[in-house]
Design a protein. Sequence first.
Length: 396
Amino acid sequence: MTEDPCSGEQRPEHQVRIGQGARTRRELRVKVLWIGVWLIFLSSPIQDLTGGRHGTGATVAGALGLAAFVGAYLSLVFRNMGRPFAPRTVLSLLSVLGVLAPVLALTLGSPWLGLFVYLSVACGATLPVRAAYWAIPATGVVMFLVGLYDGQEPTDNLILVVLIGFAMVGVGQLVRTTVELRKARATVAQLAANEERLRLARDLHDLLGHSLSLITLKSELAGRMLPDHPDRAAQQVGDIERVSRQALVDVREAVTGYRRPRLAAELAGAQVALTAAGVTAEIPAEPDLAEVPEQAESALAWALREAVTNVVRHSGADRCVVELVHRQTLDGPMLELSVQDDGSGGSGDGPGNGLTGLTERLEKAGGTLEAGRVRHGFRLVARVPTATRVDVGSGA
């Protein structure tokens, strides 16, 4: 597992993070492979150098120019995935690419026009959007003019340069948006945690402030009554014991409410988690839980959390459907939660600790759990009893 630097959550090592630099060797290999695929446009310049069409001096100069061009391009692309260069450095490297591409194409011929594709990609990936909207068409125009000078009419290459440049602008926007969403999620999570801490602090203050003050007062009274009035002192000690027990009950209830998950909150969290993982999610609106006991709601909330966690981490699914319906069964009215995805269903080595613990939690609430592979993925169904009967037709 690896930790997200923004939100602090644990993520599977195989999940490549968008908009962040590689932190493991596997992530680095994946990103190197992805960038290496696009180096296919260098095949024409390399074939031109090795084909013997130029003299020794031109071949050496072309090889050095190509090496400098590729080095500047890869530096820009790799750094732009993690911590980008300063704007001045970006402009300097783009200037190197902008000079080498037309010079090499003019001196060595039309096979070198493919370098303008990399110049367009670099402009789209590194420049601000407004600057990229001017730089990419300008790159295409320069390439077209160089091609005409060499006796070519590279209309197809012009379209490719412009389209792939603007595509990189879109990718850059997506990466920036993803990074901003990660930061926003981390901020929201931190604010929610702080709010819960404040709520718990307020609850404990309200619960214990009066009780502790009363215990202190009665302790002082009992101390004054001893040893002259042992009966009255014993009465005060009894009051102290009674107040202490009630305070302990209040604290337990406060802490239990602090730890108990709510189904509405878990549904909202499931939508965020699945969307962030790239899974198309169908989540129901806020459910009607008026007749559902708190323990049953808590058990369903835990079931939803476990199911969504499994979908995000293990299933490799593209789509997940969550349903929440009231059903009339032979055991009485039930609230049924169904989570189904179209993924692989995990390793298939039997139920893990999460499902085992979830089964026990549902059994304590009087519910049941069913989980297993279906024809097109994996399905988890959790049921808990409700307080009142519903019509048979109220289900989905």
